[in-house]
Design a protein around this ligand. Structure first.
Ligand code: BES
Ligand code: ZN
Length: 643
């Protein structure tokens, strides 16, 4: 490991390793600080760090996982680049137990943890005394939001415990003491020691998938990431994990009972990769694997480099929900290669990725499937605008003005995805696909491994795509799209022709209740469209007819089940009660459980009591993030209050 780890050291770190940084090393490191961080949109209100003064360039973790105490403990060794004369560095810390901080020679350094705020945690200020490498001995808190510690009964296999991390947006500061800002890219390496019988995986290159024996019946797994990444992309999972290859460079990890099913569901991964590389240039991260997590994973997917984390709820058995994987893979360019400098520009990650996801789906599954998914997104967008407070709400802007009292995990929403993708589609139509595709590929190259802002993207567009065509830029209204609320009138709405008969069928069924009028043998996307087109007050008789014909109360397709339950709750359709209970207690994907609890709370008379009863049962299995969200929705005051 000692030899191998040298490979992961950055140039600045190697200089620092030879003693205190000399003047030229300091200059070199300073020169490398991305200029965009000094621009107004490059300033991150969600981090205490001051990267222009001193920034972390490399993180080396040496941590042991204690599944009894729910604690990660060990050291983080940070390499630091500074502006001339910087005396201190400020890190982000949320609830870490700091044991001590030294320089590389073991000399203690003075440090101070500032006042803690519930969203961002606290600044951890360290007096450097000339040190350019520091060693922090610490532990994570048992309630660290980035970590879900699961008892064996909460897993599929029921025999071994499980831990996984979720860093985005600002959660990694609950387990890694570093500068937790997406504009401060860091290389990293890690040694993770776990109880024997468990496997650790991370979002980087694994040194050996079997690990090495360690004292105390444990094993140590080692990882490295030699490309600088935003710190929210450092991720880890520990559990009873098996791997199944899809091809030489791709495969799936999951608990043993899931691995064959997952590999079959994601069998088209190679085609996704081919499509993505044709569109956006070479994949730069080495391997691409997918880890299927336990059902409490709060997201559909998370684009951790080399290892996408995914919810098991996308495994429908028929590949119908795999666009989530196309999405996470697309983040290997938009998000991981070119990264939003701050969460104000979350749309640069998610809007670009949602657009790219649809292009990948079009190449692999054809234009009709892509059009259906894009059309569903349009409806989503209209709904998202309503939910954000209508077309004049500032929350419907692409570029947000997050203030320190706004949690980026809740203030950033669906608008970034849908309006962002629609904006790029609108540009595509204005300039033509060929020109746009060439531009986008070159854009990812020009800004590879760099943070980006809205202003930076617009400047790049004007300098390159619209260099000789300012009139088209003017016509599109770039600034309006990015800085104004609402959906501009020129937005391109992709309409699926397949939805025309579906909409007609929904209207006819709603009017007549004649089941012969409902669509049969159609795709998941068409079923979703059908359910969502039905009037919310359709009535229980018609719901019973649909349920008898299609069994949507018991479908294993999570998206259909969700759409169905929303309709059922709106109608207070009692036969779906068991289905809702099962769905809400068997998975914790926030996109599903948050709206369903909100739907229940919206049903005066019966809903809130049901919501609280189901939540009392589901809550112990949910991720801390999901708990935070649903506690607010149902007004949670403790299990006793529901009795
Ligand atoms: N990066 C996001 C997940 C995320 C967003 C985590 C914000 C934390 C804060 C991921 O790529 C994503 O967008 N997931 C979606 C699926 C996608 C197909 C729309 C999800 O989880 O639903
Ligand atoms: Zn995404």
């Amino acid at each position: 490991m000692a030899l191998r780890s040298i490979a992961f050291l950055t140039a600045a770190a190697m200089l620092a390793a030879c003693g205190p940084a000399n003047d030229s090393a300091t200059k070199a490191a300073t020169a490398a600080a991305p200029a965009i961080l000094a621009t107004p949109e490059g300033k991150d209100v969600n981090s205490y760090a001051n990267p222009l003064e001193a920034r972390v360039t490399h993180v080396a973790l040496d941590l042991a996982a204690d599944f009894d105490a729910h604690v990660l403990s060990g050291t983080a060794t940070l390499d630091i680049a500074t502006a001339r004369d910087a005396q201190k560095i400020v890190l982000d810390d949320n609830g870490l137990v700091i044991k001590g901080i030294t320089d590389a020679n073991g000399k203690a350094l003075a440090y101070q943890v500032g006042a803690r705020d519930p969203i961002h945690g606290a600044p951890l200020t360290i007096q450097l005394g000339g040190a350019r490498r520091i060693v922090i001995a610490y532990e994570s808190a048992p309630d660290a939001t980035a970590l879900q510690w699961m008892a064996p009964e909460q897993t599929l296999g029921k025999k071994k415990p499980y831990l996984f991390t979720q860093g985005e947006a600002i959660l990694n500061r609950t387990w890694i003491p570093t500068q937790d800002s997406p504009g401060i890219r860091q290389t990293w390496e890690a040694r993770i020691t776990v109880p024997d019988g468990l496997t650790a995986v991370m979002s980087g290159e694994s040194q050996s998938t079997l690990g090495e024996t360690a004292p105390g019946n444990r094993r140590t797994f080692s990882f490295g990431m030699d490309k600088p990444v935003a710190p929210y992309l450092i991720a880890m999972a520990i559990g009873d994990l098996r791997f199944k290859a899809i091809d030489d460079t791709m495969g799936v990890w999951s608990e043993p009972a899931m691995v064959d099913k997952a590999a079959a569901e994601f069998a088209d991964l190679g085609k996704f990769m081919e499509a993505a590389e044709e569109l956006y240039g070479p994949y730069r991260w080495g391997r691409y694997d997918v880890l299927v997590l336990p059902p409490s994973f709060p997201y559909g997917g998370m684009e951790n480099p080399t290892l996408t984390f995914a919810t098991p709820t996308i495994i429908a058995g028929d590949k119908s929900l795999v666009s989530v994987i196309a999405h996470e893979l697309a983040h290997s360019w938009s998000g991981n290669l070119v990264t939003n400098a701050t969460w104000d520009d979350f749309w640069l990650n998610e809007g670009f990725t949602t657009y790219a996801e649809n292009r990948i789906i079009e190449r692999v599954y054809g234009p009709e499937r892509a059009a259906m998914e894009a059309d569903l997104l349009w409806t989503d967008m209209e709904q998202a605008v309503d939910e954000a407070g209508g077309p004049t709400s500032k929350l419907t802007q692409l570029h947000l003005d997050l203030t320190p009292d706004m949690d980026p995990d809740t203030a950033t929403g669906q608008i970034a995805y849908d309006k962002g993708a629609t904006f790029l589609r609108t540009i595509e139509q204005a300039v033509g696909r060929e020109k746009w595709d060439a531009y986008l590929k070159a854009y990812f190259d020009r800004h590879a491994f760099q943070p980006q802002t809205s202003a930076g993207f617009l400047a790049d567009l004007r300098a390159n795509l619209f260099k000789n065509d300012a009139a088209t830029a003017q016509k599109i209204g770039l600034d309006q799209w990015v800085y104004q609320p609402g959906i501009p009138a020129n937005a391109v709405h992709v309409k699926s022709t397949a939805f025309v008969p579906i909409d007609k069928a929904a209207a006819t069924f709603a009017a007549t209740g004649d089941i012969a009028q409902a669509p049969r043998g159609v795709s998941t996307q068409e079923i979703l469209r059908f359910i969502n087109q039905l009037p919310r007050d359709i009535g229980n008789a018609k719901l019973a007819t649909l349920d008898a014909a299609f069994h949507w109360s018991t479908t294993g397709n999570s998206e259909i089940r969700f759409a169905w339950l929303e309709l059922a709750i709106a109608n207070h359709y009692p036969p779906a009660g068991a289905s809702a209970e099962d769905f809400l207690t068997s998975q914790g994907r926030r996109k599903f459980v948050a709206p369903l609890f909100a739907d229940l709370m919206d049903q005066p008379g019966w809903g809130p009591a049901v919501a609280r009863r189901l939540y009392a049962k589901a809550r112990p299995g949910y991720h801390p993030l999901t708990v935070g969200t649903i506690d607010k929705i149902v007004g949670w005051k403790g299990a006793d209050a529901t009795k």
